[in-house]
Design a protein around this ligand. Structure first.
Ligand code: SF4
Length: 172
């Protein structure tokens, strides 16, 4: 099952906010730069995250984005589902409906598999993905690397490190 870029960016934004300084003020433009994704995508994602209550956007001079308690404690599966929507894994009824629809067992099996996928992700919260405490074995905390350090390391190694590429190798 492949997640949309929209969901991927949404999860990255949430992890970044959860791992960041609670007193800091974040903007969609700043997050886009930090995460290395287009501003327009981040703006759309932030709008959806705000809609489902996991991000709060304060207006005004002292405004900015912050993750809510709901966002911090939300299951990763719940957030992923909210960003992905309820479209089926396969569109059996599209412009050219599948001729095997009557009595197809694969359709139900795929729906069950998708529920299991979300349930599995729900064993972790957004906070779990972003903090050092209470992480399951093999899951590393999200490192927040100052951009100046990223640039310096990138110049030294010939490639740019992003917040989703910690210094240590991940073992999966
Ligand atoms: S085989 Fe089954 S799951 Fe696949 S498109 Fe046809 S009805 Fe849908």
């Amino acid at each position: 099952m492949q997640l949309t870029k929209f969901t991927d960016i949404g999860l990255r934004v949430l992890m970044h906010l959860a791992a960041g300084d609670p007193a800091a003020s974040y903007t969609a433009r700043g997050l886009a730069e930090e995460l290395g994704v287009p501003y327009a995508h981040v703006a759309k994602v932030v709008s959806r995250l705000s809609e489902i209550g996991v991000v709060h956007a304060r207006r005004g001079r002292s405004g900015g984005l912050r993750i809510t308690d709901l966002g911090r404690n939300a299951g990763v599966g719940w957030v992923t589902r909210a960003l992905e929507g309820d479209d089926p894994v396969i569109d059996c009824d599209g412009p050219t409906p599948c001729t095997l629809r009557r009595g197809c067992r694969l359709r139900g099996a795929l729906a069950t598999a998708r529920e299991a996928f979300y349930a599995s992700l729900d064993t972790l919260t957004v906070a779990d993905l972003s903090g050092a405490d209470g992480l399951p074995d093999g899951v590393l905390p999200l490192p927040l690397i100052p951009r100046a350090e990223q640039a310096r390391d990138g110049a030294a190694t010939g490639r740019r490190r992003t917040p989703s590429q910690p210094q240590q190798n991940r073992s999966r």
